[in-house]
Write a protein that binds this ligand. Sequence first.
Ligand code: PLP
Length: 402
Amino acid sequence: ASRFLEVPQAPPDAILGISEAFKADNSPQKMNLGVGAYRDEEGKPVVLGAVREAERRVLEDPTENKEYLGMGGIPEFCRLSARMAFGEGSAALREGRNATIQGLSGTGCLRVGGEFLSRFYPGPKIVLIPTPSWANHRAIFERCGMQVQQYRYYKADTRGLDFEGMIEDIKAAPEGAILLLHACAHNPTGVDPTPEQWQGILDAALAKKLLVFFDSAYQGFASGDLDRDGYSIRLFCDAGLELLLAQSFAKNMGLYGERVGALTVIVGDSAAAKKVESQLKITARQMYSNPPRHGASIATRILADPQLYAQWKVELKGMADRILTMRQQLYQALQEVGAPGDWGHILRQIGMFSYTGLTKAQVENMTNKWHVYMTFDGRISMAGLSSSKCGYLAQAMKDSVE
Ligand code: PLP
């Protein structure tokens, strides 16, 4: 007997369920391209050299301890994270118009940001997310009591951005609504706006007085260059908008399970920044009290030490370049096996994923016949691929689309 027998079984997680099925498959050819985590050429998880060195320094530092952090985390981590996102010359940071706290990676920062907005945002509690988006966005904001609506983003015909549709939907949004944007390397499509298109999105957001919430899970991981991947955030911030930013260090520092992130609210007046910061801290206090020390101590050392920072940037570029090489090699392999259709989007798409255009039935063939595990929307993680496997993957794709 249990008073919880009536609890409904939760549906399996779309992505973690794939990993389960992958584990149960005994084929030597099996490939897991479902999960969004970087792997080396041998398919092994990677701990960056800069992370290992920073961690060694943390462990050897006699002044380090296991006391609680404050509700907002490590102040130096917050300052350096904001600088990394908004740039050295950011007027908003110089003028003290940011409230930044350390959070539980990207997800935790989105959630605290959502909680804060649901209590204190004076505008409509409506969040606009792209179609499609990272699956957790809707769930997170709905859990915060917000209403979630969608705007057009991906165009299947061109496998690119539906810019006109996106602008039309933004223009039709309620004035003052919240606009969620992927800062770079849109997940799952790998389709990002061009600089001109970002300007168009900015103009439309300004015209409707929208509050932009940037989700930045891939800065530096997309192009290999932190400044280049920070383009959209800086464009909007330098235009004087108030905005939110959820920053994750999961991918770019490879700190996935350490849960390292930062939440920033940029406001128009430094007096407002102090009040906002006080409320972000109380929100954190009520959810988890204070964030964990270890991962953020590592990240702080990397961000603060010029030599470690330089080493990290080289390693970050190495990861981004390997992904670009995988795009080229897969494209090449698809040409060689004569897979029908145009696969140029594999080269054009940005970041960790490729949105192949395979249908659900084709994905089922990939998995059942070829032991290739991927999400049903046709997304593959390029970071899980290696040179030696491109030929096999191309064969499987050819067979599945024919
Ligand atoms: N946002 C996007 C678009 C993502 O792709 C991810 C991770 O896959 C996240 C946020 C959050 O990741 P984490 O909570 O591990 O930082």
